[in-house]
Ligand binder design. Structure first.
Ligand code: SF4
Length: 366
């Protein structure tokens, strides 16, 4: 038998509900629901991730992230709420903001996450790779692009040669100063990261490596070992988490996750409010709950472990931080600020108007 991507004989992934036997006790009704759902949104889970499921817990947060749920067939939400398709320069390059863009490496991932905001793409037969040449030609011409986010699908599902080709080409373009990779492979399929991938990453300096991780149970020994290897390449590691109902919408879970990441040398960067994507809306948490969680976290964990709670506005207006407002009110020079224990302190806001020191930095092209 061959992989869907036509690569290997022994597959490290499952693609069908029948492969879940022995991993999950499923009723006939549940099997039908998984089948119906995966016909619309494909099923793929690495054996590694499947083994993280707690069989004794019907509410297991790992299971919720990877096993199709009939709720995905709801018509709530938009197919492409961040209007990425409208901002596509080529099928593999999205430019929504000045100065930066997203390079889509492909549509394959090690797990098709049930909450994915690119559900319209992942696991489908989009020939994203065929347009990489056009993307490079565009990037060479558009000198305004200084930052490229290498995403997908999951870029770490590329072969080491493909990854090396993309990273080296991006790095060779003079006006591209910042390269980011976003991946879940280190936690969902750690064995997929080979010495070849590590060598490709080692050549790029600086490289920002964003790990998309949502629950402390995803911090395994195997993940920690890959993080150690990645840190040795010299790349800078950041964490990206999506707030998911029934998975991590709890301050204890997130405190444990963010502190665990800091211990491994990964700075929690964003906690994202769920994008309003069709098929994922059952994971939505109320924003007020997210703000309360952030408030509890700020009281209990180091600032180093705090990400920025952010909403990517539906309609493509961009990302905006949404955190608790500690400034309660002001009168005259006084600002009343709530401290972490709920007490009110006063800050005298009597600084003078800013002055220009004529250093000339503002005249330099950004
Ligand atoms: S790995 Fe990323 S792109 Fe792939 S399904 Fe999961 S969230 Fe979506």
């Amino acid at each position: 038998m061959r992989d869907k991507e036509g690569k290997k004989d022994t597959l490290p992934f499952i693609f069908h509900v029948s492969d879940l036997k022995g991993y999950l006790a499923l009723s006939k009704r549940k099997i039908k629901e998984i089948n119906d759902t995966s016909r619309v949104y494909p099923l793929k889970v690495s054996y590694f991730y499947l083994n993280l499921i707690d069989k004794t817990n019907p509410e297991c947060p790992i299971k919720r992230q990877c096993i199709p749920d009939i709720k995905e067939l709801s018509h709530q939400g938009e197919v492409d709420p961040l209007i990425e398709d409208r901002h596509s320069i080529t099928p593999s390059f999205i430019k929504k903001y000045p100065g930066r863009g997203v390079f889509l490496t492909g549509a394959q991932c090690a797990v098709y996450c049930r909450f994915c905001n690119r559900k319209r793409l992942t696991g489908r037969d989009h020939d994203i790779k065929a347009s990489h040449k056009d993307t490079f030609a565009y990037l060479k011409k558009d000198a305004s692009i200084q930052e490229v986010i290498v995403s997908g699908g999951d870029p770490m599902m590329l072969s080491p040669e493909e990854l090396d080709h993309i990273l080296s080409n991006l790095f060779s373009i003079d006006h591209i100063k910042t390269i980011r990779i976003s991946s879940r492979v280190p936690l969902v399929y750690p064995e997929g990261i080979t010495d070849g991938h590590i060598n490709a990453i080692k050549k790029i300096n600086p490289l920002w490596f964003i790990i998309h991780i949502n629950h402390p149970r995803e911090i395994t020994d195997e993940f920690s070992e890959k993080i150690r290897m990645l840190r040795e390449t010299g790349c800078i590691l950041l964490g990206h988490t999506v707030l998911l109902r029934g998975v991590n919408d709890c301050p204890f879970i997130l405190a444990h996750l963010f502190q665990g990441l800091v211990m491994l040398g990964i700075k929690p960067y964003y906690l994202f409010q769920l994008d309003e994507v069709r098929g994922v809306m059952h994971f939505k948490v109320q924003v007020q709950r997210g703000i309360e969680i952030m408030k509890t976290l700020r009281r209990n964990i180091s600032g180093l472990a705090m990400p920025t709670y952010t909403i990517d506005i539906t309609g493509g207006s961009g990302k905006v931080p949404v955190d608790y407002n500690y400034i309660k009110r002001g009168s005259g020079d006084k600002i009343y600020i709530e401290d972490f224990k709920g007490r009110t302190g006063i800050y005298l806001d009597n600084g003078k108007k800013s002055i220009c020191n004529r250093c000339g930095v503002c005249n330099k092209k950004a």
